[in-house]
Design a protein around this ligand. Structure first.
Ligand code: HEM
Length: 471
């Protein structure tokens, strides 16, 4: 494409005729993750912004935190690459076109208000206790994969809080979790094969047929959730939680249903899309951060001892619930979570469509182009210090240890399209870890961890830890 822009960023060396850099991505999801890392380093060496070509398509890659923040604050339109997931998520918040997103985000923000989140503390505690009970069967028995336990727990918690439905009794959740994994693997396979980027070529692939099958299972889950909640509300079974006591706020699904019934804000398809987004964005993210965090605590016994000591100091020796005032006192635990998200940025890359020319520090990006923001690479820049590759929760607490740059941490993204569930995630994760660490000593070995990117960053061979009951 011809651009009038004369200050374009450099092209990453090594492009081949016609295919450009696409051959770098030929391989499995571990290989793709390794390529992301290498490309992140190469782009950093080129000044933090560069262009890559995947067949006929070109992407800017950005690893500079200030440039990344400029883009995220200027361009709110999601890139065409998000079209891959639209058969599943439609115009839900994550994938929505800007014109739809503006209105929907404004309508849905109140469902994540602090007053709503406060009312979830009971569920966060009871679900964490349930997880602790479930884990008991693994205590003292050597390494096990904590994947199923934690993801199921987080999914059920999301059901009981934002969605207002009890999914603890159904095997729908287990089926759903398996389908999500398959969907993510099909998305990354499509990304790696640029000739399938076009919906016209993709339509003829076996991969598309496989994807359609799992999307049916995923939509079955959201339709079931909506039906259950609707019938509960009509039967007035749980009208108590429908309106959060003492506030004008409602939890997510109740708000969506109310806005639909009273203001026609969402049609049936849009209700399902919002529920799909809430489930996928709300469970897989927090569950992955929890899994990586437990893994890291198991690998760094000193950090685990410090976290345990803090939990005992704040909650006492007994077994009481984590309450709202405790959350702000669990400062080391918060540092552990942030450091875990820095080390393992589970949403490693996000992308925007540039709807205007964007002037950055050393170059200007052209309107109409795609731009991938390498959040994981920002978290590994030399500005984090010589110990950038080490797990050091202390860096979040000791003055002068963090980069001066406020854009250096972007695990929840930045700007107006950043994560709507950030506070929900932090509160629920803190509560869960506090209960788990209070009950078990974790052991793990991070040196054996092999990573892959399946849309989200994940371990290639499972999240193996072992646990011992604390006496
Ligand atoms: C530790 C956990 C989480 C992490 C690291 C995380 C990260 C992110 C990131 C990086 C984005 C931006 C995506 C993009 O620009 O393409 C995002 C968006 C979003 N997240 Fe989260 N998230 C987490 C938890 C949650 C939870 C618990 C919920 C809901 C209950 C949630 C709901 C959403 C939604 C709806 C969006 C789209 C926002 C918009 O475009 O307006 N997330 N999240």
């Amino acid at each position: 494409r011809k651009s009038k822009n004369t200050t374009e960023p450099p092209v990453l060396p090594g492009a081949w005729p016609i295919v450009g850099h696409a051959l770098r991505f030929v391989g499995d999801s571990c290989h793709i993750w390794n390529q992301f890392n290498d490309i992140g380093n190469e782009v950093h060496d080129l000044g933090g912004v560069a262009t890559i070509h995947l067949g006929p398509q070109s992407f800017y890659i950005v690893t500079d935190p200030d440039d990344s923040s400029t883009i995220l604050n200027t361009c709110l339109e999601k890139d065409d690459i998000y079209e891959f997931v639209k058969p599943f998520l439609g115009e839900g918040l994550i994938t929505a076109k800007l014109s739809i997103w503006k209105n929907h985000r404004k309508l849905l923000n109140p469902a994540f208000n602090q007053s709503v989140l406060d009312t979830f503390m009971g569920v966060f505690n009871s679900q964490s206790r349930k997880l602790v009970r479930e884990l008991e069967k693994e205590a003292g028995k050597g390494p096990f994969d904590q994947w199923t336990y934690t993801r199921l727990s987080v999914l059920e918690t999301l059901g009981l809080t934002s969605l207002g439905v009890d999914l603890t009794d159904s095997n729908l959740s287990t089926q759903y979790l398996e389908a999500v994994e398959i969907l993510f693997s099909t998305l990354i396979e499509r990304f790696a094969k640029f000739w399938w980027h076009s919906p016209y070529t993709f339509a003829f692939s076996n991969l598309k047929r496989k994807q359609d099958g799992v999307i049916k299972i995923l939509h079955n889950m959201s339709n079931t959730v909506i039906q259950r909640r609707k019938s509960e509300l009509t039967g007035n079974v749980s009208s108590e939680r429908s309106i959060i006591a003492g506030t004008k706020f409602k939890a997510f699904l109740d708000l969506v249903l109310e806005l639909s019934a009273e203001k026609g804000a969402f049609n049936d398809r849009e209700i399902r899309e919002q529920v799909d987004i809430a489930i996928i964005a709300g469970h897989d993210t927090s569950a992955n951060v929890l899994l990586f965090t437990m893994f890291l605590l198991g690998s760094y016994p000193e950090a685990q001892d410090k976290a345990f000591a803090e939990i005992q100091e704040v909650l006492g020796d007994g077994d009481r619930d984590v309450e709202k005032p405790d959350l702000s006192k669990l400062v080391y635990l918060e540092a552990v979570l942030k450091e875990s998200m820095r080390m393992f940025t589970i949403v490693p890359v996000i992308a925007r469509k540039l709807d205007r020319d964007v002037k950055l520090k050393n170059c200007t990006l052209s309107a109409g182009m795609s731009c991938a923001l390498f959040l994981f690479a920002i978290h590994k820049l030399p500005m984090w210090g010589p110990d950038v590759h080490e797990f050091k929760p202390e860096r979040w607490l000791e003055p002068g240890r963090l980069p001066d740059n406020p854009n250096a941490f972007a695990a929840f993204s930045v700007g107006r399209r950043m994560c709507i569930g950030k506070s929900y995630a932090l509160i629920s994760m803190k509560t869960t870890i506090a209960h788990v660490i209070r009950n078990y000593r974790i052991n793990a070995d991070h040196t054996k961890l092999k990573l892959k990117v399946d849309v989200m960053l994940k371990p290639a061979d499972g999240y193996y830890i072992s646990i011992e009951k604390r006496t």
